[in-house]
Design a protein around this ligand. Structure first.
Ligand code: FCB
Length: 450
């Protein structure tokens, strides 16, 4: 296998990792005191997740922690990104603490450190405790305070050993898919509410960063955004204007308040009465300085003014999600962000692809995923060569898992999971990634093939 195309020039301390999230892999949904989250409720609601799949068992990672950590270590990564399940630590979202829940993440962090892998924690990967949702959830500012309390509690226990803490994973997905489109938990369809929720999520981020800074001053603090560049389908004024608005809703709506202290005016006008209520001191809170920005990149947006279903050309193919493979969009996105904002160091906290993998003779020849990773790492290297300060890359995902509304039908893993037996098998992409990382550090490598 060749690694030359993607190699670029990466420093020896570059963070090479794999990523997961709690609800997608842990299972043990009602064990050891864990409380329910909105994703338990949503996945158990008929018609919400394909074939009625739930995260009740998922990859059974909660019971297979040590063997999974060994498998992660076998890839040669120096970093691992995982999320803490709020309802495992605080079953109702607030005190009292569930000690067994926090112990699990303590073992995780110790297990990673023992294997020479740096832990990167995400505090909120979509699993709001159901009890908080029942009290009004992200529609209320009380939840903002509960989140900051939870953040502080986790940092007090893990902050001496973790490398980074991200407050939120993809607030756009939480707000828009959860509260406006209704396709993710909690399944609501109210744009006015969704926009207020997006503001509350950013407030919770700022408040948590303040709390975290006080208790874990040496930990890198940040947030993870899903950002896609928007391309007009045709070179017309109408398509351009729509693409600019889409960029406003998806990119500038989050980037501007975090790094400029205001929401984009054109988007506020577009939203009209659906714009959130925002106080000036809340904007100062959201601008609280951070140490890194995590970016999850999967594809571009292809914007046609009249046809929302317009299909991009897909010259480099499509994934099993129907997402266009568009690696050059990553270079374009990164260079544009570095031009438009004063940024902290960046990290690609998720990038990857679902394909219809087949296990044959104990192997999975996922050549399309290998190519996807290679192309995107090359696109990242190109951005770095143009001066963008990107310090990490995390492949999504370590292993096949519960892909939200798509259940177990979409496989994103570098490791194949047989969900009947919980057997894990390294796909070719895992072997490729292992060899690629080893080639970046020839002096450390034992796994690399000549
Ligand atoms: C991202 C999510 C992650 C996974 C990938 C495919 O939006 O953060 O949990 O579902 O998409």
């Amino acid at each position: 296998m060749t690694t030359s195309k993607a190699s670029g020039s990466f420093p020896s301390d570059f963070q090479w990792g794999v990523a997961t999230s709690a609800y997608q892999i842990e299972g043990a949904a009602s064990e050891d005191g864990r409380g329910p989250s909105i994703w338990d409720t949503f996945s158990h609601t008929p018609g919400k997740v394909v074939e009625g799949h739930t995260g009740d068992v998922a990859c059974d990672h909660y019971h297979r922690l040590e063997e999974d950590l060994d498998l992660i270590a076998s890839l040669g990564v120096n970093s691992y990104r995982f999320s803490v399940a709020w309802p495992r630590v605080l079953p109702t979202g607030r005190l009292p603490l569930n000690p067994q829940g926090l112990d699990f993440y303590d073992r995780m962090v110790d297990g990673l450190c023992a294997r020479g892998i740096r832990p990167h924690v995400t505090l909120y990967h979509w699993d709001l405790p159901q009890a908080l949702h029942d009290e009004g959830g992200w529609a209320r500012t009380d939840t903002v305070h509960r989140f900051a309390d939870y953040a502080e509690l986790v940092a007090r226990r893990l902050g001496d050993r973790v490398e980074s803490i991200a407050t939120f994973n993809e607030p756009w997905v939480v707000a828009t898919l959860g509260y406006e489109k209704g396709i993710f938990a909690p399944g609501l369809t109210n744009r006015r509410l969704a926009m207020q929720v997006s503001h509350h999520l950013l407030m919770a981020h700022g408040l948590a960063v303040r709390a975290l800074r006080a208790v874990a001053p040496r930990v890198q603090l940040g947030i993870v955004l899903n950002l896609s560049p928007s391309y007009p389908a045709r070179p017309t004024a109408a398509d351009r204007a729509k693409a600019h608005l889409e960029d406003g809703l998806g990119v500038r709506w989050y980037m501007d308040p975090l790094f400029r202290g205001s929401y984009p005016q054109d988007v506020l006008e577009h939203l009209g009465a659906d714009a959130p209520i925002v106080r000036p001191e809340e904007l100062r809170l959201i601008q609280e300085p951070i140490d890194f920005l995590g970016i999850n990149y999967y594809m571009r947006n292809f914007i046609h003014a009249e046809d929302p279903q317009a299909k991009p050309p897909g010259e480099q193919g499509f994934t099993d999600m129907g997402w266009e493979v568009f690696p050059q969009g990553l270079t374009a996105l990164l260079t544009r962000l570095a031009r438009d904002y004063r940024l902290p160091p960046l990290s690609i906290t998720e990038n990857g692809a679902a394909f219809a993998d087949r296990l044959e003779d104990d192997a999975v020849h996922d050549t399309k995923r290998v190519r996807y990773l290679e192309q995107h790492i090359a696109a990242l290297a190109a951005a770095r060569e143009q001066g963008v300060d990107v310090r990490g890359y995390f492949a999504w995902s370590f292993m096949d898992n519960f892909e939200w509304a798509s259940g177990y039908l979409k496989r994103f893993g570098l490791v194949y999971v047989d969900f009947d037996t919980q057997r894990r098998v390294l796909k070719d992409s895992a072997l490729w990634y292992r060899d690629f990382i080893a080639a970046q550090r020839p002096w450390q490598s034992s796994a690399v093939a000549p």
